[in-house]
Design a protein around this ligand. Structure first.
Ligand code: UD1
Length: 364
């Protein structure tokens, strides 16, 4: 039988996590798998660590694009990907998520008239100042196959009349979470970091709107200090970009436990151990939800409205007073976690990757 050649393109930490279960499901006789890494993330802790932990095949090719302005990064991927992709001759290019790597790869596939499939299609925050919102909309409108993680995402695609064919498959991040839950449970991150406090807040902040504007990054640190003053240990695995901005802006922090970025198992275990999560990441809002931990999102909008409607994720921007009050209310409400008990998971059943692979098998 003629095998289907699938070229999956990743470049950043969340894309590697989203792709791991798809790559696993692609290992069968029907497919030839090509894995391209753009090199957008290159630090061990943001890239290779996840390949090792999740036992992902080595990339067929690394474009080693690295960091730069968004325009530079996208243009580098455009020019570095064209010839290799012509040589690889895939039947379909698969891009997950909404990063610059995803947008640039989608454009190359589209210009080369190679079929394009988008994983996590239809997510919308409606915040056009966020680079990811522009990226995901553009990718959706040049994809032939759109894999929506939730019913809401599928509805968004229908409203926008995308030309490709849309399927509600579920969220591959949820697949990854279920597949790795035993290993997450076994992580000894609390002991390794020497965290003894009863109440923890797990924090990640890296979005350009929060870290590239001095006043905003200052406010983030003020908010975290305020949480610390409530007797809650703030544990902040810090993206290298956030760290360098703090240094550049000469913003100091005290009483916050800042650590290097964590691997997947340790990060999710830290979330499970936490009383509350504070983040501007998209993925972590969902992971907190699956671990039954309330989340406060330090952005003005979210693409995961589902969790907001379920009253377990609170999108509060950088409103210090509101955030500190909510943290206080969560910590002092021992029944809060009960809210999660009867909630139906809107992100599928853990079989999204299998559905994606089954739909890809009919693509030729
Ligand atoms: C990118 C994605 C974002 C995603 C995030 C996950 C875009 C537009 N943004 O943001 O949606 O949530 O990945 O982390 O694609 N850097 C390092 N080491 C690295 C990579 C980056 O130090 O391995 C530093 C560099 O200073 C770089 C900065 O981080 O300039 C920003 O990196 P970049 O890849 O442009 O964006 P992220 O903030 O990681």
């Amino acid at each position: 039988m003629n095998k289907t050649k699938v070229c999956l393109i990743v470049g950043t930490r969340p894309q590697i996590i989203k792709s791991a279960p798809i790559l696993k499901a692609l290992v069968n006789d029907d497919f030839i798998v090509q894995l391209v890494h753009t090199g957008q993330h290159y630090d061990y802790q943001l890239s290779k660590a996840f390949f090792d932990e999740m036992d992902i095949m080595n990339p067929t090719l690394n474009l080693e694009v690295g960091s730069g302005t968004h325009v530079w990064q996208i243009s580098q991927i455009l020019s570095r990907l064209e010839h290799p992709l012509l040589k690889l001759e895939p039947d379909v290019v698969v891009v997950p998520g909404d990063t610059n790597s995803a947008l640039a790869s989608a454009l190359v596939a589209s210009k080369l008239k190679i079929k394009l499939a988008h994983v996590e299609a239809g997510a919308r925050s409606n915040d056009f100042t966020a680079p990811e919102e522009i990226n995901r909309r553009l990718i959706d409108h040049c994809s032939e196959i759109l894999f929506a993680p939730t019913r809401n995402c599928l509805d968004n695609l229908r409203k926008e009349s995308v030309f490709g064919k849309s399927y509600m498959v579920g969220d591959t991040m949820y697949d990854a979470f279920l597949e790795n839950y035993d290993k997450i449970k076994r992580s000894k991150i609390r002991e390794r970091l020497g965290i003894n406090s009863k109440q923890l807040a797990a924090v990640t902040i890296h979005r350009t709107e929060n870290v590239d504007v001095k006043a905003n990054l200052h406010m983030v640190i003020e908010i975290l200090n305020g949480i610390n003053e409530q007797g809650i240990e703030v544990v902040f695995p810090m993206h290298p970009h956030t760290r360098s901005r703090l240094e550049e802006f000469k913003i100091s922090y005290k009483g916050i436990t800042v650590v290097d970025p964590l691997g997947y198992f340790d990060m999710l275990k830290l979330v499970e151990e936490a009383s509350v999560v504070l983040t501007d990441s998209g993925g972590l809002q969902k992971e907190a939800f699956w671990l039954h931990v309330p989340c406060i999102t330090l952005r003005n909008s979210t693409e995961w409205e589902e969790t907001v409607k379920l009253k377990v994720n609170f999108v509060f921007g950088l409103n210090k007073k509101v955030i500190l009050n909510k943290v206080h209310a969560i910590i002092n409400n021992s029944d809060f976690r009960k809210r999660f008990r009867d909630i139906r998971n809107p992100f599928g059943d853990g079989r999204a990757s299998k559905r994606i692979v089954s739909l890809l098998s009919g693509i030729k």
